[in-house]
Design a protein around this ligand. Structure first.
Ligand SMILES: [Zn+2]
Length: 155
């Protein structure tokens, strides 16, 4: 289970590796990746470790994509993106993760565009709450927990 896994995403789920968590429910977590394609680029993962998207149970698979659909309108709204693009490859980390990327033009999902970002340095502690207060039409907060109380990075 997650607590014993060397998987970096399982460590984030177990709060044993810092990440800027922007969404969490009982089965999913979303956070900023270290390398991003555009500001607001999120990774959405199932909390349960599984390597390959198409090895997921039908229930978990549908729940994952339902969560993508819940988060996308809020992400699009707070970033003023024309669209939110999604991509799943899974070569770098063998734990299912959906890239959710605010897009403004074609070709922006190209992984070759990825750049490293130090998110606290990019956003600072004061500007990220602009994202934190945004909500999707379904009432799901995007970035509800990243900045509350304990600070920017959850441990
Ligand atoms: Zn994992």
């Amino acid at each position: 289970m997650a607590g014993q896994s060397p998987c970096i995403f399982c460590k984030i789920v177990a709060h044993r590796f810092p990440a800027t968590i922007v969404y969490e429910d009982s089965d999913h977590l979303a956070f900023f990746p270290r390398e991003h394609l555009n500001p607001g680029h999120l990774l959405l993962i199932p909390k349960h470790h599984i390597d390959y998207l198409f090895d997921m149970s039908a229930h978990s698979y549908l729940a994952l994509w339902a969560t993508v659909a819940k988060l996308a309108p809020g992400l699009q709204s707070v970033t003023s993106a024309k669209r939110v693009g999604v991509a799943v490859e899974g070569f770098a980390v063998p734990h299912v993760h959906v890239h959710m990327v605010p897009l403004y033009a074609r070709e922006e999902l190209n992984p070759a565009r990825a750049t490293l970002k130090d998110w606290p340095a990019v956003y600072g502690r004061r500007s990220v709450p602009n994202l934190a207060v945004s909500r999707t039409p379904s009432g799901v907060a995007v970035l509800p927990r990243a900045l509350d109380g304990a600070g920017y990075l959850r441990r």
